[in-house]
Design a protein around this ligand. Structure first.
Ligand code: CP
Length: 314
């Protein structure tokens, strides 16, 4: 079976064809009759070991709009709470013959491990600080529809890069598609070896945002900091929070993006987040449903350009 475990290893034409397919679903989703039957008769299970608003609900809507039978596995009330392991849980669900498993887990690599133990297509809905491929695809679709292209754009990804699977997947995708990527963060919130990922590194927002086309903000992931480095929120907002003053360094028509959930007043000022001309944060959510429809459709149909990473499956 083919899986979507990450952006790493995808070719530009694979990403491009997924975005093209997603584009058709954006139009479909804006119509009154949203239902298609391409996944009719298929079973999709969403298995989320970490909290989610956007990803889980959009995977559910995406599957339903394509006609699949969708089951949301509630981890909180499952036997995982009684000590069942990830692999035992996956194999238990696998015995019910799902066709698609959409999985989020707190550990990097956990979704790839699970993909090797089941007999169906697996989509990574975020694994630890490793990858969140459908987020990068929906961000790319949002940018491409607004700017008409990805190639040649300058994108600044700002904030808690260290803990961010969203940043990692976006860096990989944007580099593959020919955009220029900057990261803007305090040194303590950058992973070792970031300079080898093909990005320009900045520690100052005004310098990092100078003349960029896209400003992508990230949530400060305090829950992953384990007391090692917990910045003062006030100081963090002062230095790295996106407000009008810092944004004025970017191009006048720069887009403001945030994957959500947002912490207003921590990494982004409310006035900027709600800017009706430049903020595309709600549009990102809309693109999320379309992109997940495209991924589920492509994996189930085994299109020639179907993305795959660790494609051998079980
Ligand atoms: N962007 C994102 O993954 O949001 P959720 O955690 O709400 O799914």
């Amino acid at each position: 079976h083919r899986h979507l475990l990450g952006i790493e290893g995808l070719l530009p034409q694979e990403i491009g064809s997924l975005l093209d397919l997603a584009d058709t679903y954006v139009d479909q989703n804006r119509q009154t009759n949203k239902k298609k039957s391409v996944l009719s008769g298929r079973t999709q299970i969403n298995l989320f070991f970490e909290n989610s608003t956007r990803t889980q609900s959009s995977f559910e809507l995406a599957g339903k709009r394509l006609g699949a039978d969708v089951m949301n596995m509630s981890v909180a009330s499952s036997s995982i709470k009684k000590g069942e392991t990830l692999i035992d849980t996956a194999q238990t669900l696998n015995a019910m013959h799902p066709d698609l498993l959409c999985v989020r887990h707190g550990d990097s690599g956990a979704v790839a491990l699970l993909a090797r133990k089941v007999g169906c297509a697996v989509v990574n809905g975020g694994d630890g600080s490793h990858e969140h491929p459908t987020q990068a695809l929906l961000d790319a679709l949002t940018i491409r529809r607004r700017k008409g292209r990805l190639q040649g754009l300058t994108v600044a990804i700002c904030g808690d890069i260290l803990h961010s699977r969203v940043a990692r997947s976006n860096i990989l995708l944007l580099n593959t598609m020919g955009a220029r990527v900057r990261v803007v963060a305090p040194p303590t919130l950058l992973p070792a070896g970031i300079d080898r990922m093909g990005v320009e590194v900045f520690h100052d927002m005004r310098k990092g945002l100078k003349d960029v086309d896209i400003v992508m903000m990230l949530r400060l992931q305090l829950e992953r900091m384990n007391g090692s480095f917990v910045p003062s929120v006030r100081e963090y907002f002062h230095l790295f929070g996106l407000d009008e003053a810092k944004l004025s360094a970017a191009k006048p028509d720069a887009l403001i993006m945030h994957p959500g959930p947002m912490n207003r007043g921590v990494e982004i000022d409310s006035a900027v987040a709600d800017d009706i001309n430049r903020s595309v944060i709600r549009e990102q959510v809309e693109m999320g449903v379309a992109v997940r429809m495209a991924v589920l459709d492509a994996l189930s149909r085994n299109l020639p350009n179907t993305p795959y990473v660790n494609g051998a499956g079980s």
